[in-house]
Design a protein around this ligand. Structure first.
Ligand SMILES: Nc1ncnc2c1ncn2[C@@H]1O[C@H](COP(=O)(O)OP(=O)(O)O)[C@@H](O)[C@H]1O
Ligand SMILES: [Mg+2]
Length: 220
């Protein structure tokens, strides 16, 4: 289980102080799909980034499987992030000069060494899983927006993560393509993956098991 307690985050830039998160918390059970909704500027992205450990809170705790991970040494935090946490953003962040398969394999790549054969097979399995079997050799520029987002999700799956964090994963997609990405997220949840998704679309949010609403840096 993943739990965040009493998270506070304040940004200071050019003399402006923003209380982005004011004592927020959440729990995510194994295999649960939670959506986080709220207006622009309500703190959703900041909260998701802190939950996924991409950003450190000013205070508060993130507890994963009974362990407070906010105070882990950087090396252990990296390991955990690499193994159990997967992240998908509004923009796909695929590398344009790598094929879909190579993009999915990025979590395995360390320096210029060869990627093990079973990793390549696993990448193809994941591409198949997101409906892109046979498109592994295409570069992102030759795929549609929805397909690019699916490659990003396949990259998240390749590690067999415990949880997928998605920040407005349908934000750059038209309605039909957005729906199909939502269908995929629900399928993955039904296979046992925990999902935490930020969206400002109430219809998409309603497809989660539970919705958390935010306003002005607080959970309401
Ligand atoms: N790096 C930053 N520096 C300064 N202010 C920030 C930064 N990131 C977010 N904020 C501010 O924190 C508040 C919450 O932002 P964010 O979490 O991105 O909201 P949302 O994702 O709900 O639109 C906003 O007022 C935003 O301007
Ligand atoms: Mg945001």
């Amino acid at each position: 289980m993943l739990e965040a307690k009493n998270i506070i985050k304040t940004f200071r830039s050019e003399g402006v102080v923003t209380h982005a998160l004011d004592t927020v918390g959440i729990t995510v059970d194994p295999g649960e799909f939670v959506s986080i909704v709220g207006r622009s500027g309500s703190g959703k992205t900041t909260f998701l980034n802190i939950l996924s450990t991409l950003l450190a809170p000013d205070s508060g705790e993130i507890i994963y499987n009974g362990e407070d991970i906010t105070s882990l040494p950087p090396r252990r935090l990296n390991e955990l992030r690499h193994k159990d946490f997967a992240v998908v953003f509004q923009f796909h962040y695929l590398l344009p000069y790598l094929s879909a398969r190579e993009n999915v394999l990025l979590p395995y790549m360390k320096g210029l060494g060869r990627v093990p054969k079973d990793a390549r097979m696993r990448a193809d399995e994941c591409l198949e899983r997101v409906g892109l079997g046979g498109k592994g050799s295409k570069i992102p520029g030759h795929l549609s927006g929805g397909e690019q987002q699916r490659v990003a999700i396949a990259r998240a799956l390749v590690k067999k993560s415990w949880v997928l964090f998605a920040d407005e994963p349908t934000g750059n997609l038209d309605k039909a393509t957005g729906e199909s990405v939502m269908d995929l997220l629900v399928d993955l949840k039904n296979d046992g993956l925990s999902v935490v998704m930020v969206t400002h679309d109430d219809e998409y949010a309603a497809r989660a098991d539970r919705t958390v609403s935010m306003a002005d840096g607080r959970v309401i």
